[in-house]
Design a protein around this ligand. Structure first.
Ligand SMILES: Cc1cc2nc3c(=O)[nH]c(=O)nc-3n(C[C@H](O)[C@H](O)[C@H](O)COP(=O)(O)O)c2cc1C
Length: 368
């Protein structure tokens, strides 16, 4: 078994069993304005969403998590079963382990076998994109007959890991080359640190098709490193994980607003702390086009390896979203994008300092 494979299973167990969520949920600073006269029939509310030309029954996607170890095959299988049953999309976890050892391909391929018609995206870290080049990206796409590929950025986690990939030079050039050479849409995805306006603009200029903000607010993979470091007696990594793992980064809320403010915006996925349908509604109202969650689904699958719990939870999130849409007078996702939001607290302060608060206010017209 390669080191990457071993790390992936350790990370999965830590995330499922230990405290890895950041303490502050940025969505508490966002409020949707209640509309006492919604003038909408709740039964007619439409959750269907288009993203990169694909149709989803819910604006929800199962975010990248796993694959790359024999035990992860069944988890991917179950997640894919849920995605297929509901008509939502799914991302696999980093396929680095499969590039390092063909025996791991099956743990990813199972997703396409189980969900032949679903939107599935491949996944590879930016350092591996540099290392394996266009051919490597083509391989991960082919491995699961992917509809898109996500290149993930996780320098926050890499920086606290003893074996982390810390040479971040040349990633943008590599991303640009991939966008030029690969026919499928390229998504660039953070994994807990969030993406700023400036980085989003660079990614847009590089030819990226969509951005997953992967903001601060939910799972912290840097915090997950604390437990691994502790078990290995690595005091420095443990210290760095504690220092950076709990509040470093751009929040999901702030990142959605900044990424959607670039000229000629591209579609945005919100991940990082999306825990219910109200968070989904808030994200869409702030500028997201799709919302992803990882840890909540992982926990359900680790409790009992069955698709029905994940299916039930996504359906429930859909119901929660429907109520939020009803109470803001929104019949469609397009309406939700116009819904009025109020931003308070630390998030408002950050937005004001960064110059994005006025923009959110301007974009929203008060509910009539
Ligand atoms: C166990 C676990 C493994 C993950 N592995 C990957 C990965 O391989 N590639 C990736 O892009 N993101 C990965 N992520 C990040 C998620 O896709 C997501 O962006 C992040 O967890 C925030 O969402 P959440 O708060 O709903 O968990 C992983 C998350 C978890 C919990």
């Amino acid at each position: 078994m390669n080191q990457t494979s071993k790390r992936k299973i350790e990370q999965l167990r830590i995330c499922a069993e230990k405290e890895v969520e950041v303490r502050e949920n940025c969505f508490t600073d966002v409020k949707l304005v209640h509309v006492a006269l919604p003038e909408v029939d709740k039964e007619e509310i439409e959750l269907k969403t288009e993203f990169l030309g694909f149709s989803f029954n819910y604006p929800i996607i199962i975010a990248s998590m796993t694959g790359g170890h024999p035990e992860t095959r069944r988890i991917n299988e179950v997640l894919a079963e849920a995605a297929a049953a509901l008509g939502v999309g799914m991302g696999v976890g980093s396929q680095r382990a499969a590039l390092e050892g063909e025996e791991h391909e099956d743990s990813f391929r199972v997703v396409r076998d189980v969900a032949p018609d679903s939107f599935i995206y491949a996944n590879l870290g930016a350092p591996q994109v540099k290392e394996y080049g266009i051919e490597g990206v083509e391989r991960v796409i082919e491995m699961i007959d992917a509809d898109a590929v996500a290149i993930h950025l996780n320098f926050l986690q890499e920086a606290v890991q003893p074996e982390g990939n810390i040479d971040a030079r040349g990633c943008l050039t590599a991303i640009k080359e991939i966008c030029k050479a690969i026919k499928k849409p390229v998504i660039v995805k953070e994994t807990g640190g969030g993406i700023s306006y400036a980085v989003a603009k660079k990614l847009h200029d590089a030819g990226v098709s969509a951005i997953d903000v992967g903001g601060l607010g939910g799972t912290s993979l840097a915090a997950a490193e604390i437990y691994r470091a502790k078990a290995e007696g690595d005091e420095l990594s443990e210290h760095l994980g504690n220092l950076f793992g709990w509040d470093w980064g751009i929040t999901t809320v702030e990142s959605i607003v900044e990424c959607s403010a670039i000229p000629f915006p591209i579609p945005i996925i919100a991940t990082g702390g999306i825990r219910n349908g109200i968070d989904v509604a808030k994200s869409m109202a702030l500028g997201a086009d799709l919302c992803g969650a990882a840890l909540p689904f992982l926990k359900l699958v680790m409790e009992s390896v069955r698709a029905d719990n994940v299916i039930k939870r996504i359906q429930e999130m859909g119901e929660e979203l429907t109520v939020a849409m009803f109470l803001t007078g929104c019949k469609t996702m397009m309406d939700l994008k116009e819904a009025e939001v109020v931003i308070t607290g630390k998030t408002r302060e950050i937005m004001e300092q960064r110059g994005f608060f006025e923009r959110v206010k301007r974009r929203k017209r008060p509910a009539s």
